[in-house]
Design a protein around this ligand. Structure first.
Ligand code: NIG
Ligand code: FE
Length: 422
């Protein structure tokens, strides 16, 4: 066989637990969230970046070819790469000053009302050249990978003008090409009403619908559209208009719903049949019931509750018990959730939301992958899927949620390629 036709093979052997998440080809609900498909003393064979077989380490060792690279997992846990289904990873500057103010007692809402908050990051992002913004945000790609995340959903939303939103989406596209991290882009022009439109908000909604959405769709820069639906941000009527227009442009729909108040976001998500409804800190039993009926996946973001100093976590237990296909994500952003760490989210999910470690793992792998329309490719370790996997520094997967504040991964592979820290 000539060398260019030869396939590249990789065998992972000697895993204490190969956490496969193998199961039905759909998001997991109810008790299924606790079924991780663990193979004790497991192994995996990868050819050209795709998983060819999973089994016991002994079975995999019989498959070795002459040039197979053998990765000894040394009795550690191996999981699919985490899929972070809600992030805002492209922004200029930081908000450390506001963070300090909040540490002295100011609230997130007070800071936003005096022109800080999202608007201050919009100002910083607009003022940053595309090249520089790309370089600044490479740092965050590195952080995600280091903590074991191999795919993120990435929202725009700190530009809020046609040119600046397109700039952010181009940065996302470029980071996806130039780093090992996989990005799934979402257009969030409806993140906030920018300062220059405050007194004529309907014109900003028209700008989104008539100019931004068509340009984003035409340039194929986003797969999803999201709206921050909240009494003081975009009303349910405005969100309905924007999301309906996005659907006409062929985009999938997501929505920030009921984060700061019970504002009808869950009902709107159900009415529109969005793929996800995110946050849901204030969603009540009626909201949970309509989301179930419409098959909307909740994306829960305990990092933002924690970082805002609140104790109002979403009702994860009730959602799981109602049969919803729960997803957990970081909400990585410079204001309300400055963490790229899925292990931190797993810790919060178990300690604050009473999700078991197994439910947490399902919510950040296979369920998250389905919420991004990637369930057939990533989110589990099964033959035919992409070899995105992580060897963690523990021999029991529950340690990921239990030991918090540390980086667990020893090695991170994306499409069969080893990530090395920048
Ligand atoms: O998901 N809810 C809206 N957006 C972000 C906050 C963004 C910011 O403060 O910059 C969130 O929490
Ligand atoms: Fe968010």
């Amino acid at each position: 066989m000539s060398s260019e036709n030869k396939s590249k093979t990789l065998a992972v052997v000697n895993c204490a637990q190969l956490v496969t998440l193998a199961g039905p080809a759909r998001p997991r609900v109810g008790p299924e969230l606790r079924e991780l498909g663990i193979i004790a003393h497991g192994g995996m064979f990868v050819r050209d970046g795709l998983i060819e077989r999973v089994g016991t380490s002994d079975e995999i060792e019989t498959m070795l070819e002459r040039d197979t690279e053998v990765v000894d997992a040394l009795g550690h846990v191996v999981l699919p790469g985490f899929v972070d289904a809600h992030t805002h990873p492209v922004f200029g500057g930081t908000r450390v000053e506001e963070f300090e103010e909040r540490s002295k007692g100011a609230t997130y809402e007070e800071i936003a009302a005096r022109g800080g908050g999202i608007q201050s990051t919009v100002n910083a992002t607009r003022a940053t050249y595309e090249e520089v913004l790309t370089d600044e945000c490479r740092r965050y790609a590195d952080w995600f990978l280091r903590s074991g995340t191999t795919t993120i959903e990435a929202k725009s939303g700190y530009g809020l003008s046609l040119e600046d939103e397109l700039k952010i989406l181009r940065v996302i596209k470029r980071l996806g090409r130039e780093t090992l991290l996989r990005y799934v882009p979402t257009f969030l022009g409806a993140h906030s009403i920018p300062a220059e439109y405050r007194s004529r908000r309907e014109q900003y909604v028209s700008l989104i619908i008539e100019e931004m959405l068509p340009a984003v769709a035409q340039q194929k820069l986003a797969e999803f559209c999201d709206v921050f639906c909240e009494q003081k941000v975009f009303t349910t009527d405005e969100a309905w208009k924007i999301l309906s227009a996005a659907r006409c442009q062929g985009m999938g729909l997501r929505i920030h719903a009921d984060q700061l108040s019970l504002s009808g976001g869950a009902q709107l998500a159900a009415e529109l049949g969005t793929v996800t409804a995110d946050h849901l800190e204030h969603t009540d039993a009626a909201g949970i019931a309509v989301l179930k009926k419409a098959n909307v996946q909740p994306v829960l973001l305990p990092g933002s509750v924690y970082a805002l100093g609140s104790t109002r976590y979403p009702a994860a237990r009730e959602m799981i018990d109602a049969g919803l296909a729960v997803v957990l994500a970081t909400d990585f952003n410079p204001g309300s959730s400055p963490t790229p760490s899925i292990p931190m989210i797993l810790s919060l999910a178990s300690t604050q939301m009473k999700m078991t470690p197994a439910e947490g793992v399902t919510a950040v792998t296979i369920n998250a992958a389905y919420s991004l329309n990637r369930g057939a490719e990533i989110g589990s370790l099964e033959a035919g899927k992409i070899a995105d996997f992580v060897i963690h520094d523990c021999s029991d997967y529950r340690e990921l949620a239990y030991f918090f504040g540390i980086e667990h991964p020893r090695s991170v592979y994306v499409h069969g390629n080893l990530f090395s820290r920048g």
